[in-house]
Write a new protein. Structure first.
Lengths: 361, 361
């Protein structure tokens, strides 16, 4: 069990790289399977990375969970979103009722969905809500402050968000979850994500900012301007992941960063979703670069900056289906592909077992 | 039931385009689902095409089958493959034992696998083999002739192969199969597939020919030369799909073409796999262009000509995972994604049902 009160320094000290020797052993097994050399491409890379993460030749993805982190964002005051802020809480209710995109795709891959109030504006009472047993309250505050005018949150709040995500994910791993998907909900949250991407990858703001849920041209200009102001006013330190989260981030993004750190700390894979989850992974990477060894990228989002972020982290997305919903949907769909990779590794016969001649015969 | 003795002309007459009105009705439903406009990208396109194919707003993919078509190829005499020809029959045995790649991935997506001897060299006796009840014998001949020296088969054999595939697929559809995947096995079969691709897309042979299961540079030269000779000696008529199959094709490729025609004839979706299956779809397209309305491309293969073929047919592959095994593996993995698309369409709540404000609110 992770001790209560564990701090970021302890977490960083507890993270080591995925195990190259197990990856090499796994590659040797792949070479014996009854097919032309590595003919299933990325499926082999996925199963071998899982062997390096679990330090075994029998990786399992039987128990799956998705944490959908929700938060509200003060920066919506700048007119950066096509949808009203009230939708964040409304969608949390939809998740609990089981009727949103993430619920449908999580059922498809047999993953449990947990919804976390990391800092939405409304006060929800799990006891009185349909599906409320799936809602976990870890509210850091009622939405962030408008980062175009000052820091989104305090440093203490940023740490609290990350540690909450770390503890939630750690609890799931202790309960036997073998792969964790991250998801997000928060009207306006492509804005802090693009801001984080700009600061942590060092790329131009113009490349990083897209239309999110679908702002028009004016909204896009306001979004760019809000991010430009936010970076200028707050001067986030790109060497300090917590500082970046504090100045221009969001509570749910911090929670996702905590999930990524927990995967690395406990040697378990974390499957990130799209633009917002990847902003969380960027924060985790800034805190502890080795954490990325434990991360799989579920898909490449339509949001233009996503590919840049993934390239920066060295992650190759599993799917590319023009999706841009968030919630964890891209990760959920990718769980099915990862399960395929594991089954190929475990269940496919070797040339010898199948009685099939090899190339050299 | 399809009448015995149905000919290609009758099949062509029985094929109509997918239904644009049902696709439009499906788009209207998608617009009501609780997410930003079309935020799940290709998933919507998949579910809406299925509505147009089935002519319903309740498409179902509950019953799934994969037909793995096997054949041998005389052109291996030209030294075009990295593996010995005996492997075709050995792999058929491995499929029946359930230990090959396609078996593993078909189990993942709950698809039944049937293996068809369309024209392999060995005589297999289903009654005396492990898993023999999954083997269907429709042997056109014991392997094709070497097309570098003359036609691969007779015109009668080409028609027989296509009609066998048509009947097999029709039987499965009549038994309630709702989506059919095509697969292939045949040492040397990237060579006729590349030849078909060259003739039917009109592109350069150099763009179309890859290393298949992994030939070295000399093998690649021999493969190119064999295809060049085959086209020169046989002068296949690109306006006549049956002629192309006869001159430079393969029995399993003809069987796959028949599956594609059957999907279109019975208004059922056919999920093609990689390079060889797509060569079969090209033959079907040359026979009846509208048939492609019923085809989904499971993945983009590593074989360089595959993308060119798919573009020619106007098909956008669902997955791109660097796979190049064939057998139907790419289609099987993609079935999981298509199931996700169907479930989103059926199970996701509308804005109204979920009580969530829409953009205009």
């Amino acid at each position: 069990m992770v001790k209560e009160g564990i701090g970021l320094e302890d977490i960083i000290k507890g993270i080591r790289q995925a195990d190259g020797e197990w990856i090499e052993k796994a590659r040797q097994r792949t070479d014996q399977l009854v097919m032309p050399t590595r003919a299933l491409g990325r499926l082999h890379e996925i199963s071998e990375r899982l062997c390096g993460i679990y330090r075994t030749l029998k990786p399992s993805m039987g128990r799956r969970a998705i944490l959908v982190m929700a938060g509200d964002h003060g920066v919506v005051d700048q007119g950066v979103s096509a949808y009203p802020q009230v939708i964040t809480g409304e969608m949390v209710r939809a998740f609990l009722r089981g009727g949103a995109g993430i619920n449908v795709l999580a059922r498809l891959v047999n993953a449990d969905v947990w919804v976390v109030d990391m800092g939405i504006i409304p006060e929800l009472d799990p006891a009185s809500m349909e599906g409320g047993d799936r809602l976990l309250i870890h509210k850091v505050a009622k939405g962030t402050s408008n980062f175009a005018k000052g820091p989104a949150m305090t440093r203490q709040e940023a740490e609290k968000a990350i540690l909450a995500g770390f503890q939630l994910a750690s609890d799931l791993f202790h309960k036997g979850v073998e792969i964790l998907g991250t998801g997000d909900m928060g009207i306006g949250n492509t804005t802090p994500s693009a801001a984080i991407g700009t600061v942590l990858t060092g790329r131009d703001l113009e490349e990083m900012v897209g239309r999110g849920t679908g702002v028009d041209d004016d909204g896009l200009s306001r979004k760019r301007e809000a991010i430009r102001q936010g970076i200028e006013v707050n001067q986030p330190d790109s060497k300090d992941g917590v500082d970046v989260l504090e100045k221009i981030g969001g509570f749910e993004i911090g929670g996702i960063a905590g999930c990524v750190l927990a995967g690395a700390y406990h040697s378990r894979p974390v499957l990130i979703d799209g633009f917002i989850s990847t902003a969380g992974a960027l924060v985790a990477h800034a805190i502890c670069p080795d954490a990325v060894d434990y991360v799989f990228a579920g898909h490449c989002s339509e949001e233009p900056g996503h590919k840049i972020m993934l390239d920066y982290l060295g992650l190759d997305p599993i799917l590319d289906l023009g999706m841009r919903l968030g919630e964890g949907t891209g990760g959920a769909l990718a769980m099915g592909i990862m399960e395929g990779a594991v089954r190929i590794f475990q269940e496919m016969l070797t040339f010898e077992e199948a009685g099939v001649s090899n190339k050299e015969s």
